[in-house]
Write a protein of this length. Structure first.
Length: 366
């Protein structure tokens, strides 16, 4: 592994970017913890195989995937994984687009119920905001699973979810904030972008802010609450204002979704900031093709904490199969993966070669 050299490069590069000697962060316990978190992430392969066992495939029944917004790269990636898995298990699938608004998501979920499906997947929006529809699903005996539909992974009967599929958001947020602390040598001036419409996004932002506040010379300049759905249109004006307000103090942009970075790039380019100059961008999920392209090119984004989106799509189908078989959720939680220029995937998503597809097929074949 090249991890020791890479970690040393993180601090050295940070000193060059911020003008502070890297040695100034050496005595800060938060910097040392951040370096350890990043080292562990870079050294650990993670368990991406899926659960060891489960019920065989149940008889075919319509699955409806209700997406919060199919223009969101993370949601679109999960939807592709669901398509792959539904085809493999032999179930019909319908995908509906909530088009980035609560009203659109409510309408799409209403249509999903009208189709009388065997099961429903919530793709990237809060189950808590759709309780009337989920009570109808429960009354009709329709199991509902979510992706990023609650704060934490696992079953959530109070929200009407058989289970919620996601990486651990605390791990994602800690890893993103730790990368910023390590990369800056403990001197980062950070603006955090989040969307309070999503409980998981608020939780990630809170964890990132609290982690950064443990760093002596780091500062959380501002936490911006802006809709993810309109980020590419609205964020450029926000970033222009931040550049004027904070100037050179604004060295890192942390976001709960890569869409914010797409918007920020427009403003930074317009302000004459080069892609390899601060403020540097880091995303705390989900890891999609546009993020990987920016990281690969050194184009205003240094890192992202990616989720195995296709794998999570397969897991969603497997969790539905367990619900339909009268068995409990799998309990499997895929770990997040730190993506930097050194290990950016060549494809559109982080898709670990772990054999998870073969594993799920083995389970379903009984």
């Amino acid at each position: 592994m090249v991890v020791p050299a890479l970690l040393a490069a993180l601090v050295v590069a940070a000193s060059g970017c911020t003008g502070h000697p890297a040695a100034q962060g050496a005595s800060d316990p938060a910097v040392q913890r951040a370096l350890a978190v990043v080292a562990r992430a870079l050294n650990t392969t993670g368990d991406y195989r899926g659960p060891p066992a489960g019920p065989p495939a149940q008889r075919p029944g319509l699955v409806v995937f209700v997406a919060a917004d199919l223009t969101n790269g993370g949601i679109a990636g999960v939807a592709q994984g669901v398509e792959q898995a539904a085809r493999a298990i032999g179930w019909p699938l319908r995908i509906l687009d909530g088009q980035g608004t609560v009203q659109g998501q409510t309408a799409a979920l209403g249509l999903a119920l009208a189709l009388r499906p065997a099961s429903i997947i919530l793709g990237g929006f809060n189950a808590a905001g759709q309780q009337a529809a989920l009570r109808k699903a429960q009354a009709q005996g329709i199991p509902v699973v979510g992706w990023h539909s609650a704060v934490r992974p696992g079953p959530d009967p109070n929200a009407g979810l058989f289970t919620n599929v996601t990486t651990n958001p605390a791990e994602v947020a800690l890893l993103a904030a730790s990368y910023v602390i390590a990369n800056s040598g403990g001197t980062a001036g950070v603006v955090i972008f989040t969307d309070s419409e999503y409980a998981i996004a608020t939780y990630k932002a809170d964890v990132m802010a609290s982690t950064l506040k443990e760093c002596r010379r780091c500062s959380v300049l501002q936490v911006i609450d802006a809709p993810i759905a309109g980020a590419q249109i609205n964020v450029p004006a926000v970033v222009n204002s931040l550049l004027q307000t904070y100037g050179k103090r604004f060295t890192y942009l942390l976001a709960v979704n890569g869409a914010y970075i797409t918007g920020a790039r427009v403003a930074l380019f317009g302000a004459g900031v080069q892609g390899d100059q601060p403020p540097f961008s880091v995303a705390a999920g989900d890891g999609d093709a546009s993020e990987f392209a920016r990281i690969r090119a050194g184009d205003y984004q240094q890192a992202t904490v990616a989720e195995p989106l296709y794998l999570q799509g397969w897991q969603l189908i497997d969790e539905i199969n367990r619900a339909r078989a009268g068995q409990p959720p799998s309990g499997y939680v895929a770990p997040p993966h730190l993506v930097t220029h050194a290990d950016v995937p060549s494809g559109a998503v982080f898709d670990p070669p772990s054999g998870y597809r073969e594993n799920y097929l083995r389970i379903w074949r009984g």
